[in-house]
Design a protein around this ligand. Structure first.
Ligand code: MRU
Length: 357
C-alpha cells in the first residue's frame, strides 16, 4: 500500500447503540466490515470468547457495556437489577483469563453497584452505562497520549522501519490503539514509515487486522510470516519493534500474543529497541512476575485447521511472556516508564492522570 498517509476517524470496535452492545465482528475482517448487535449478556460473553471482539482494552470496554446491558435487560424483564448486574460480572469474568483489563473494568462496574444503596437500584442501569462510557472515553484519551509518548521515543530516522506482532491497534481498543497509535501519530506528522506486520498464527490478527488498519490509513505495510521475523531483524531491516500487552506484571514482564517473546529475543540480539505500549489498566501490580500470569490455552482446532493428519493433537497457548530484561521501555499514557510497577507507583501515576486529564 502506498500513497499519502491519511488518518481516518478512529475505528469503533465497541459502542453502545440503542440498548445493544455494537461490535465490529473482527472474525469477518478483512473480507467484511459487519456489526454484531449483542442484546444479551450471553451474547457479549460469546463475542469475547470467540474473539469477535479482542485485544485487551477492547475486551474490558465490551465487558463494561455487557454489565450495563445486563442491568437494562433486568428492568425490561422485571428481574432483580442488582442480582443480574452482579451475575453479568461473574459470567464475564470467566470469558478470557489473560488480559487484566477485563478484570479491572469489571471491578470498576462492581464498585458502581456497591456505591448505590439497594433502595436506589432503579438508578443502576443508567449509572452502569455512564461508567462504561467513561471507560471507553478514557481509553480513547489514553490512545492519543500513548501516540505522543511513542512518537517522542521512536528513533528519528526516515523511513522508519517498524515491526509489530498481533494487533494492538484501533480494533483492539476504544479506537486509537496502543502499539499502532504512535505509528498513526508519526504518519500524521509526515514521517515516512514502513511497517512489517507479523502474520500472527493461528488466528492471523496481524495479517487480517493490523494490515487492514494500516492500509486503511495508507501507512505502507507488508505482512511477514511469524517465522521470518527473527532473520529479517537480524539482517538489519528493522529499526524498532513495538507491541501491545495483555498483562504487565509488577516486575515489568509482559504477556502478549504468542510469538512476541521470540521477536523480543531477536531484537535484543540485533541491538534494536523493543517497546511495549499499554495503558495503565494493563498493569497488574498484584501479579509479581510473568510466571504468575495465567496464559489462556485455546482449542487445537485453531492450530490444526482442516489439513492436518488425523489423530494429531495441538498445543495452543494464546500468549507468551516477554521478560522485562528484553523490554526497552513501557509506553503509557503517563510517559515511557520503567519497572517496578507497584500498587503505589500505579496509584500515583493514575492520580497524575486525573489531574492532567
Ligand atoms: O487474542 P487476542 O487477539 O485478544 O490478543 C491480543 C493481543 O495480544 C494484543 O497485542 C494485546 O491485547 C494488546 S491490544 C492493545
Amino acid at each position: 500500500v502506498s500513497g499519502q498517509a491519511s488518518i481516518p476517524a478512529p475505528l469503533e470496535p465497541v459502542r453502545w447503540d440503542q440498548d445493544a452492545v455494537r461490535l465490529i465482528d473482527q472474525r469477518l475482517l478483512p473480507e467484511k466490515l459487519e456489526h454484531w448487535y449483542c442484546r444479551s449478556v450471553d451474547e457479549v460473553a460469546r463475542a469475547i470468547r470467540t474473539l469477535a471482539v479482542r485485544g485487551a482494552p477492547a475486551i474490558g470496554i465490551t465487558a463494561a457495556y455487557g454489565v450495563a446491558l445486563g442491568a437494562h435487560r433486568a428492568v425490561e424483564r422485571g428481574r432483580n437489577i442488582r442480582d443480574d448486574a452482579l451475575g453479568a460480572i461473574e459470567q464475564l469474568r470467566g470469558t478470557r483469563p489473560t488480559a487484566v483489563n477485563l478484570f479491572h473494568a469489571l471491578d470498576r462496574m462492581r464498585a458502581v453497584i456497591e456505591a448505590i444503596p439497594a433502595a436506589k437500584d432503579r438508578e443502576l442501569p443508567q449509572r452502569l452505562l455512564e461508567e462504561a462510557h467513561r471507560i471507553l472515553a478514557e481509553d480513547l484519551e489514553t490512545g492519543r497520549r500513548i501516540a505522543q509518548v511513542g512518537l517522542e521515543v521512536m528513533p528519528k530516522r526516515d523511513p522508519l522501519r517498524v515491526l509489530t506482532h498481533c494487533n494492538a491497534g484501533g480494533l483492539a481498543t476504544g479506537g486509537w490503539g496502543t502499539a499502532l497509535a504512535p505509528l498513526y501519530a508519526a504518519a500524521q506528522a509526515g514521517r515516512e514509515l514502513s511497517v512489517l506486520a507479523d502474520e500472527t498464527r493461528p488466528l492471523l490478527q496481524g495479517r487480517r487486522l493490523t494490515a487492514w488498519e494500516l492500509a486503511r490509513a495508507r501507512i505502507p505495510v507488508r505482512v511477514l510470516v511469524d517465522g521470518a521475523a527473527a532473520s529479517v531483524i537480524a539482517r538489519g531491516d528493522v529499526d524498532l519493534v513495538i507491541v501491545g500487552a495483555d498483562r504487565i506484571a509488577a516486575n515489568g514482564d509482559a504477556a502478549n500474543k504468542i510469538g512476541t517473546f521470540p521477536v523480543a529475543l531477536a531484537a535484543r540480539e540485533a541491538g534494536i529497541p523493543f517497546y511495549v505500549a499499554a495503558p495503565l489498566s494493563t498493569f497488574d501490580p498484584d501479579t509479581p512476575t510473568g510466571r504468575e500470569i495465567p496464559v489462556e490455552e485455546r482449542g487445537a482446532e485453531e492450530v490444526l485447521g482442516s489439513a492436518s493428519p488425523e489423530g494429531v493433537g495441538a498445543l495452543n497457548p494464546a500468549f507468551d511472556v516477554t521478560p522485562a530484561s528484553l523490554i526497552t521501555s513501557w509506553l503509557t499514557e503517563r510517559g515511557a516508564l520503567q519497572p517496578p510497577f507497584t500498587r503505589e507507583t500505579l496509584a500515583r501515576l493514575a492520580k497524575e492522570n486525573d489531574k492532567a486529564g
